[in-house]
Design a protein around this ligand. Structure first.
Ligand SMILES: [Zn+2]
Length: 677
């Protein structure tokens, strides 16, 4: 991170074909943490995020959902924004690629590339992957996409092309001369070998659909969605605008200091984006930093596996700071990390409740009790080596914390910070201030003051350091320390010995109440209800594995539910025969207590009656279902929902983005237990 006084950081803009989940939250939290810290380090910081809203996938999803692409994009984009606001993420700007400022800037960039001779018109015929929005190198019509395995479509069209082939040498020079341009090293090597393999010109317009930004002067073409998306990093600052205020902003913040991305979109950011900028003669970003994927209990997170974790579940139970701390502490930045509810609760209890929370509450409550809520004077004569050791460790922690953070080693930085927390908690136990307080003499009183002052000063330092990671709870601890608004703190000057004496503490209260054993179960239940309510009876298990961290285009979420023809790979007759689909009749239907989306059904299969818990309560009143014939998956492994065993699954269509269920049925009468094949 350099020293020019300004700092511009971006997340990828998130593709609105997928609803926000914890993977998106991870990228955004990392950026928010960096942005908050840079502000505290005195940088004029600009933090940009937003949504990517054009392309064929959105057009198709909107059609399937029965709305316009703009309505579809509006809805999902606002979900992202609401979630970020709920998490109090400190972004300065939120750009949408459907905004006029972006469209204008994008067209200006296209024109500039054309004027400089880097865009020409040509024709193309070949295989196209709708999912990846990419032309692919396969010859057979319908052959699987080498990127994602989905069937490709044959496309023949006249396109505008970008002279990517001319950029091979300049790009290789860029990577050699700026070793930090792509980070970490593994991604840099990947990019270099990709470019060394040879670059072909890139098609940058489409005529097969209309949901995009028109090519200036040739409106039947829309601009390639990746060029459109990447340009947000400059259009958000005002590229293409004539307004002097926008020009000043672009001058102030561009080039970006950090483009933060997931590793699956490295090629777009580290090859195409600098190529476009070089061709347009626009300064290059300083650094593109790729993080790993977030796995769920060792598996990739994807909707087809039904293991997407929704951020809301964690916010509802343990709060935003717990999620932030977990993501920054548990995942070694740059590598893949694993999420599980057990690990989350364990981290919360050990590091936050028992660690920082305990340090804070016992230090501050003893100061309240023994010194009437005023920071006491640490008498020089009463000091022992253990006090000095804490002071030294605190100063060492400050410099190590900064060093790790600058290297994006967030996990190690936090480990260092919690090393101090553990040391001070041990110091308190060893020095037994509660026992010292029992004695009435002058020396004991001075000793007590020193112990509590030392603890409070260490608490102040660790609170300041980790504020960018857990902003809400540290702001509360800061207020309890009587220090006012933590945001105003200048982190550059942080050192031991700055705690003002006789400061009056604020109201002391627990910041991290311990989470009990039921927390994990409660979160799992919330997740199950959320997914039961939003997926169809038959989950698309046939969807090929896709990236977990769908930071931009690579939506992990299968499009199968909303886009017919997209993402549906084939299965054999034998595969289908494994699913035992039967006709049944609903005999009992009732609401499930405490779950407004679930119904408990008893379904007669002719030979037996099954209890099935179905997420259809919002669409069907229980009394209307009695006597209705339905299709059930009879050989599904039983699972528990809200403590009730569900012995099978009801088949329903899922309509629109909200997945409104519509039960499958028959026009003719069918006997109970009949098998569908
Ligand atoms: Zn593909």
């Amino acid at each position: 991170m350099d020293n020019s006084g300004k700092f511009y950081i971006t997340t990828p803009i998130y593709y609105v074909n997928a609803r926000p989940h914890i993977g998106h939250a991870y990228t955004t939290v990392v950026c928010d943490t960096i942005a908050r810290r840079q502000r505290m380090m005195g940088y004029d910081t600009w933090f940009l995020t937003g949504t990517d809203e054009h392309g064929q996938k959105i057009e198709r999803s909107a059609t399937a959902a029965g709305c316009t692409p703009k309505e579809f994009a509006d809805k999902v984009s606002s979900e992202f924004r609401q979630l970020w606001d709920r998490m109090k993420l400190s972004y300065n700007d939120f750009i949408r690629t459907t905004e006029p400022r972006h469209i204008k800037g994008m067209q200006a960039l296209f024109k500039r590339l054309q004027d400089r001779g880097y865009i020409y018109k040509g024709s193309y015929s070949g295989q196209y992957c709708v999912y990846d929005e990419l032309y692919v190198d396969v010859t057979e019509p319908g052959a699987p996409c080498p990127e994602c395995g989905r069937p490709t479509e044959t496309i023949r069209e006249e396109n505008y092309f970008f002279k990517l082939s001319a950029m091979e040498e300049p790009l290789l020079r860029l990577y050699t001369e700026n070793p930090d341009f792509v980070r970490p090293e593994t991604r840099r090597n990947e990019v270099i070998s990709f470019v060394r393999g040879g670059l072909r010109d890139l098609s940058v317009s489409r005529t097969t659909f209309t949901w995009g930004i028109p090519v200036p002067g040739d409106e039947k073409h829309v601009i390639y969605v990746w060029l459109d998306a990447l340009a947000n990093y400059i259009t958000a600052l005002g590229f293409g605008s004539d307004d002097p205020k926008d020009k000043a902003k672009l001058d102030r913040y561009w080039p970006a200091d950090v483009h933060m991305i997931g590793k699956e979109i490295v090629r777009f950011h580290c090859v195409y984006w600098p190529a476009f900028l070089l061709a347009a003669d626009i300064p290059l970003p300083k650094s593109i930093v790729a993080h790993g994927w977030l796995l769920f209990e060792e598996n990739k997170m994807s909707k087809s596996r039904g293991n997407i974790v929704r951020t809301e579940t964690i916010l509802d139970t343990l709060g935003a700071d717990t999620l932030r701390y977990f993501l920054m502490r548990e995942i070694v930045f740059g590598s893949d990390g694993s999420f599980s509810f057990d690990a989350l609760v364990q981290r919360f209890n050990s590091d936050l409740a028992n660690g920082l929370g305990n340090l804070s509450s016992r230090t501050l409550s003893m100061i309240t009790r023994y010194f009437d809520g005023e920071i006491p004077y640490p008498s020089l004569g009463a000091r022992i080596p253990a006090d000095h050791e804490i002071a030294e460790l605190a100063n060492k922690t400050i410099s190590e914390f900064h060093a790790h953070f600058e290297q994006f080693q967030f996990s190690r930085a936090l480990e260092t910070g919690w090393g101090l927390v553990a040391a001070v908690n041990k110091y308190i136990v060893d020095n037994e201030p509660w026992a010292v307080a029992e004695k009435d003499d002058q020396d004991s009183r001075a000793r007590l003051a020193t112990i509590l002052h030392t603890s409070a000063e260490a608490l102040r330092i660790v609170t300041a350091l980790v504020h960018p990671v857990i902003p809400e709870s540290t702001a509360r601890i800061w207020e309890q320390l009587g220090l006012g608004d933590i945001v105003k703190l200048d982190l550059r000057n942080l050192a031991w010995g700055q705690l003002p004496l006789h400061t009056k503490l604020g109201k002391v209260e627990a910041v991290f109440p311990r989470a009990d054993k039921s927390t994990v179960e409660r979160m799992q239940q919330m997740e199950q209800e959320r997914s039961t309510a939003s997926t169809t009876a038959i989950e698309a298990e046939s969807t090929p594995p896709s990236p977990t961290q769908d930071t931009a285009q690579k939506a992990a979420v299968s499009a199968a539910a909303t886009s017919p023809g997209v993402g549906a790979s084939t299965i054999t007759v034998d595969d289908f025969a494994k699913v035992d689909l039967r006709v049944g009749q609903i005999k009992v239907a009732e609401k499930v207590k405490g779950a407004d989306k679930l119904l408990r059904l008893e379904v007669d299969l002719g030979t037996e009656t099954r209890q099935i818990v179905a997420g259809i309560a919002k669409a069907y009143a229980p009394e209307k279902l009695i006597g209705r014939k339905v299709v059930i998956v009879a050989n599904l492994a039983p699972r528990k929902l809200r403590g009730l065993e569900s012995q099978g699954m009801i088949v329903a269509a899922s309509i629109g983005d909200d997945g409104v269920p519509v039960l499958a049925g028959f026009l003719e009468d069918v006997p109970l237990g009949a098998r569908l094949k």
